[in-house]
Design a binder for this molecule. Structure first.
Ligand code: SDX
Length: 431
């Protein structure tokens, strides 16, 4: 981070404080307030961190006004069209697109670490069959620190690398087995002769009773969904991983914390909530009713899959996802999918409604992904596990960046205290 010569002046009463301003390679300047409390005895106040940079990073850049998403400088639409998930994983982890030899080595490393410790099969059996797959994933990923002791020392660069590869390699197996367990089918083991996305689809949909051929169109669409969800700057779950990691906790525990945060319907749980909303709407003639509810301040209902903290014009991932939805549904011969018809008409009506334009609400990454995933045969309960699987590389890349930062220290926010000031204990007889 190159320090800009600029600074900000803050006046409190008779005192004036100069706060350094740092300029980025792209995006807004930042006012450095690290010394403010020590100098002025005041905190800044920003619940939800709408105006706060929690770190510096070189991994992903988002321009919310222009609908720009760059991974190490490469635009998401180019990566979605020209690259594939494991190559994007390499880019996020190491900062540059790999050579052919580097990519081959990386893909071989991931492919050969997709199996789980066999003892984990029994760990799954501890869950009820109707457990939500996200509950299972949170538990199983956290439990990895009980199985892979040789990659939990965050101060050992080799162990950090081993943990990174293990997590990226094993998440499809963990997610697929969570699905199989929830439907009472036997686990399907990964195969080393399949690519990442094909392996996942086979582990989800194959059964031992017959051969299973992966549809190459579906594996391409699956890979694109993985790519579109890979990383997204300092979103809630990534910030959770960073904060958990700042205490020195092991990577498996920190990624489990990220999975737990992603599950929320305001975040990664929105894709499941969005498809359930589209099904509840049911037909295009009921759309006005739901748009009215979304605008009604007395109604907590929100249009799931709409709005974003950062994007205030359009989510570039939704644009690519919408193209994929058209392609996949047409190829599956379900282009007349009633849910897709409702999705497209809802998007049209919402974007034409002044309320949504004024609030800058439009489809986000979760709006179309659920339509594709359902058409591919996934139940809604598997939508967020697939998001978690995809985002593991983003969480891990941000975790590695933070652990490797010499400025790294435990995250410890302060507060605006509005509670009781000191008072003496009152005996029960006197209350
Ligand atoms: C993801 O951060 C990331 O990068 C996340 C993510 C990633 O890749 O990691 O992009 C993935 O989480 C995408 C977002 C998925 N969530 C949803 O689709 C759930 C529905 N959306 C909302 O909950 C909401 O839009 C958020 C949480 C996404 C953003 O919330 P903000 O920026 O904090 O905005 P807000 O809640 O303060 O809302 C601003 C106004 C409010 O009205 P007022 O109080 O100002 O009158 O817009 C309204 C809200 O009521 N509003 C909505 C709305 N979202 C916001 N009204 C109706 N429907 C909605 N979806």
């Amino acid at each position: 981070m190159a320090d800009a010569p600029k600074s900000a002046t803050l006046t409190i009463g008779d005192n004036t404080y100069d706060l350094p301003i740092h300029s980025p390679t792209a995006g807004p300047d930042v006012v450095d307030i690290r010394k403010l409390y020590g100098q002025a005895g005041v905190f800044t106040y920003d619940p939800g961190f709408t105006s706060t940079a929690s770190c510096d990073s070189t991994i992903t850049f988002i321009d919310g006004g222009e609908g720009v998403l760059l991974h190490r400088g490469y635009p998401i639409d180019q990566l979605a069209e020209k690259s594939h998930y494991l190559e994007v994983c390499y880019l996020l982890l190491y900062g540059e697109l790999p050579s052919a030899a580097q990519l081959e080595e990386f893909e071989s490393l991931v492919t050969n670490h997709t199996m789980l410790h066999e003892q984990m099969v029994y760990f799954y059996r501890g869950f009820r069959r109707d457990a939500h797959p996200m509950a299972i994933m949170t538990g199983v990923v956290g439990a990895m620190s009980a199985f892979y002791h040789d990659s939990t020392d965050i101060h050992d660069a080799h162990q950090r690398e081993v943990a990174s590869i293990r997590l990226i390699a094993k998440m499809p197996t963990i997610a697929a087995w969570a699905y199989k367990f929830s439907i009472g089918q036997p686990f399907i083991y990964p195969r080393n002769d399949l690519d990442y996305a094909s392996n996942f689809l086979r582990m989800c949909f194959a059964v031992p009773a017959e051969d299973y051929e992966v549809n190459p169109i579906l594996s391409r669409a699956m890979d694109r969904i993985f790519t579109l969800h890979a990383d997204h700057e300092q979103n809630a779950s990534t910030s959770t991983v960073r904060l958990a990691s700042s205490s020195g906790a092991n990577p498996f525990a920190c990624i489990a914390a990220g999975i737990a945060c992603l599950w929320g319907p305001a975040h990664g749980g929105a894709n499941q909530a969005c498809l359930e909303m589209l099904k509840e709407i049911g037909s295009v003639d009921r759309i006005p009713e739901f748009i009215a509810r979304a605008k009604d301040k007395n109604d907590p209902f929100r249009l799931m899959g709409f709005g974003h903290r950062v994007y205030k014009n359009f989510d570039p991932r939704a644009t690519v996802m919408k193209q994929s939805a058209d392609e996949v549904l047409e190829l599956l011969g379900v282009e007349n999918n009633p849910v897709l018809a409702v999705a497209k008409e809802l998007e049209k009506q919402a974007l034409e409604d002044p309320y949504f334009a004024e609030k800058k609400l439009f489809p986000n990454v979760d709006f179309y992904s659920g339509v594709i995933l359902e058409a591919m045969g996934f139940p809604t309960s598997m939508f967020t596990p697939i998001f978690a699987l995809s985002r593991t590389v983003g969480w891990i890349s941000q975790w590695k960046e933070m652990i490797g930062d010499p400025q790294n220290k435990i995250g410890r926010p302060r507060q605006l205290y509005l509670g009781e000031t000191a008072r003496d204990y009152v005996d029960i007889e006197s209350r």
